[in-house]
Design a protein around this ligand. Structure first.
Ligand code: HEC
Ligand code: HEC
Length: 141
């Protein structure tokens, strides 16, 4: 039984290796369901946006403005978890060197008011984008 298991494991490993080799081949891959597919259009990768330095908040432009997020905001917010709270919850903020969420976001028992759960509904990231995110043909004339 043990020998059989080892043989099966070896087969899996061999398979994994051959898979890797196939990926490095430059020739077009012929997959029957998709047909012959060749990549003809290539372009340079998008320029990575630069965010303000960690630990620096962006000055607010009006009173009670939800502060802009000075870092990337692709942290998942879903039914199971709110990743923003990993750094901004009152319990963790100090250790993560982040600002605690505003008291208005908390209930009397210091738990997050669920009305404020979807952080990016009000807080938006601010980055220096080296290329436009959307086309803009606005003209003032
Ligand atoms: C890995 C830790 C971490 C995570 C996760 C994180 N942040 Fe931050 N955040 C920081 C740090 C550090 C700063 C800079 C210090 C500061 O100004 O609070 C910051 C700053 C901010 C600020 C500016 C605060 C101010 O007073 O100007 C906002 C707003 C913010 N984050 C919102 C969010 C939101 C919304 C999410 C989830 C999408 C999130 N953060 C996830 C660490 C984090
Ligand atoms: C309904 C809109 C709204 C939602 C949702 C929301 N916020 Fe805010 N947030 C605000 C506003 C408005 C302020 C500014 C409060 C003020 O200055 O009066 C603020 C302030 C903050 C601050 C700065 C606090 C300070 O003392 O400077 C942080 C950090 C923050 N929010 C993080 C979060 C995080 C993390 C979430 C998600 C768990 C979240 N916010 C959800 C509107 C929102």
């Amino acid at each position: 039984m043990k020998k059989l298991l080892t043989a099966v494991a070896m087969l899996f490993m061999l398979n994994a290796c051959s898979g890797q080799q196939a990926n490095t081949q430059a020739d077009p891959v012929n997959i029957t369901s998709l047909g012959q597919s060749e990549i003809t259009e290539v372009r340079a990768a998008d320029v990575i946006p630069t965010y303000p330095k960690r630990g620096k908040s962006i000055e607010r432009t009006f009173v009670h403005q939800p502060p802009l997020i000075p870092h990337k905001a692709q942290y998942p917010i879903n039914l199971k978890k709110n990743s923003c709270m990993n750094c901004h919850s009152p319990a963790k903020a100090k250790r993560m060197k982040a600002t605690e969420i505003d008291v208005s976001h908390l209930l009397a028992d210091s738990k997050l008011n669920k009305h404020y759960y979807n952080c990016t509904q009000c807080h938006v990231p601010q980055a220096d984008n080296k290329q436009p995110l959307v086309d803009n043909d606005f003209s003032a004339k």
